[in-house]
Design a protein around this ligand. Structure first.
Ligand code: FES
Length: 152
C-alpha cells in the first residue's frame, strides 16, 4: 500500500479530476504540458492534483468553448500566484478580459460576413473587385493606377 503524506493524501488522482471535471485524463496531461495546471508527484511518481485544479479546469473548458486560445488562458493564469485558489472576483476579472476579446472577434466576424454579402460568388476571386480578396478596397487606398499589374 502506498505511504502518502497527509498533504498528498488530500490531493486528487488524475482519474478523480477527470471524473469530477468531465475531461479526459489525456486532456489533463495536455493542459499540464501547456502550463495551465500543475501537479505534484507522489512517492510512486504518480501525478496528484490539488483540489483547486477543478476550478481551473472548469475555467479552461469555458474559455475553450468561447474560443479563447490556450495561450491567452495561460497568460491569464500566469499572473496568478502558484497554487492560488481562484476567487470569484478574480474569475470576474478574467471573464471581463475575455469578453473584450470576444467582442473584438465578433466585430471581425460581422465585418467578414458583410464582405461575404458583397461577394457575388462569381468565382472571379479578383484581387480588385472581390470584397473578400480586397476588403475595404485596400488596393484603392494604396493609390491609383494599375497596381495589380505592377505587383503581378
Ligand atoms: S468571387 Fe467574384 S466577387 Fe467574390
Amino acid at each position: 500500500m502506498e505511504k502518502r503524506s497527509p498533504r498528498i493524501k488530500a490531493m486528487l488522482t488524475p482519474g478523480e479530476v477527470a471524473r469530477r471535471s468531465g475531461v479526459a485524463v489525456s486532456a489533463l496531461h495536455f493542459y499540464e504540458s501547456k502550463g495551465l495546471i500543475k501537479s505534484v508527484r507522489n512517492s510512486g511518481n504518480q501525478r496528484r492534483y490539488s483540489r483547486d485544479v477543478l476550478r481551473y479546469v472548469a475555467i479552461i473548458k469555458i474559455a475553450q468553448r468561447i474560443g479563447i486560445p490556450l495561450s491567452t488562458i495561460g497568460e491569464s493564469f500566469g499572473v496568478l500566484p502558484e497554487g492560488h485558489n481562484l476567487s470569484a472576483r478574480e474569475w470576474q476579472h478574467l471573464s471581463s478580459q475575455w469578453r473584450e476579446e470576444l467582442d473584438r472577434r465578433i466585430h471581425t466576424l460581422v465585418a467578414l460576413r458583410d464582405q461575404l454579402d458583397g461577394c457575388i460568388g462569381c468565382g472571379c476571386l479578383s484581387r480588385r473587385d472581390c470584397p473578400l480578396r480586397n476588403p475595404g478596397d485596400k488596393l484603392g487606398e494604396e493609390g491609383t493606377g494599375a497596381r495589380l499589374l505592377e505587383e503581378e
